[in-house]
Write a protein that binds this ligand. Sequence first.
Ligand SMILES: Nc1ncnc2c1ncn2[C@@H]1O[C@H](COP(=O)(O)OP(=O)(O)OP(=O)(O)O)[C@@H](O)[C@H]1O
Ligand SMILES: [Mg+2]
Length: 409
Amino acid sequence: MRQDLACAVDLGTSKVACVAAGLDDRGRLRVEGASSVAHAGLSRGAVIDPETTGKAIDEAVARVERTVGRGFDSLVTNVSGPHLRSLFGQGIVHIVPAGRAIRREDELQVVTHSRQAFVPSGHEQVLAVPREFRVDDQAGLTRATSRTGTRLEVTTLIVTGATQTLHSIERAVTLSGRSVEQMVPTGIATGLALATEEELDKGCVVVDIGSASTEVATFSLGAPECHVSLPLGSNHVTTDIQALLKTSLDFAERLKLDHGAAIARLVPEGEAVEVAQMGSPEPRPMQRRVLCEIVESRMREIAHLAQRALEQSGATEGLRGTVVLTGGGSHLAGACDLFAEVFGSEARLGSAKVGGSGARLVESPAMSAAIGLAQVALQGDDQEFAPVSGFANWKEKIRSLRSYFGTAK
Ligand SMILES: Nc1ncnc2c1ncn2[C@@H]1O[C@H](COP(=O)(O)OP(=O)(O)OP(=O)(O)O)[C@@H](O)[C@H]1O
Ligand SMILES: [Mg+2]
């Protein structure tokens, strides 16, 4: 249901980010409050200690509540990590009497049928997004309502997650004193925030390079096509520098931020950086290109693994489109050039185009997942295949997640 203001919380490995947003008259996102609380309570997408994470969520949301002058009982949050799986469910229903106009209930029924797909053991469905409806021999339909036919089919993207991990997130949100309205895979939320309508339609890849994981989604025909999560992020670049240059972790992080680059050959030969090595009393000069070779090797691995995992998960048109990079790790100099080289497509840095008094607070790529989550929360009724009787819980929701927001860009 469309609301005035929605609250979204991005549970990251290094922070909890919160955004409260509504829509302006033109349907563009209007951010009214945002906060980020440093918190390292996640491991491979699971909350380690729900009580501490619950407190961090409460702190982040309470800050935003004070800014906007109202409370939030429920929120949209994300789920990340290598436990997530994408699969495609097929559904079919016969229209009786044959030839009558297809109704919303028929769409709901066929999508529900497609959700009876095989789910890995210990997993449950997080999200169901109908990709394509087919009515008799008409294929490639985004909606089937009002068409006439005898047989309605659908292909649905289903994202599943490990039950225990989902439960740990739900528990942390409950302990913050709020409830989960919807849980959305990070890559999908981020894509909805950053890709243009044209990119979502023609195909694009959205890559969120975080601290400990990289969340990737492809989109085509205006909707999510596939989602994968890699257990590698920008922190791995830091630990590589630490190990290979024998520095402290803090110094390695500084080297990455101040002098790192993703394509070493573009660094002029002879450029030097001062490196403070463990056990050595004085910093000593080292070729910056050597540092960047370490950085490049890990970043190239992330890009190659992302491409391979998407191919294996059934990404098609989306994989051939523009690569949109985000997350803290995308700040690295040359990251776009590297991904463009590996994917053989154009690559750009994503930035969410939002208005409102809090727009300035969400400029950083580290806030883009929270923006995308707020957009999902604000999706109108027409984007949701709502059963007449209402939902048992958030897992029953079926979202079209089509390019509803693209119109505002
Ligand atoms: N300018 C920069 N250059 C390179 N890396 C950077 C830069 N700024 C931030 N980072 C890295 O980005 C990472 C943090 O990104 P982000 O805030 O998106 O992570 P997160 O959302 O907390 O983690 P995750 O998405 O893995 O759960 C850290 O590893 C940090 O070192
Ligand atoms: Mg993140």
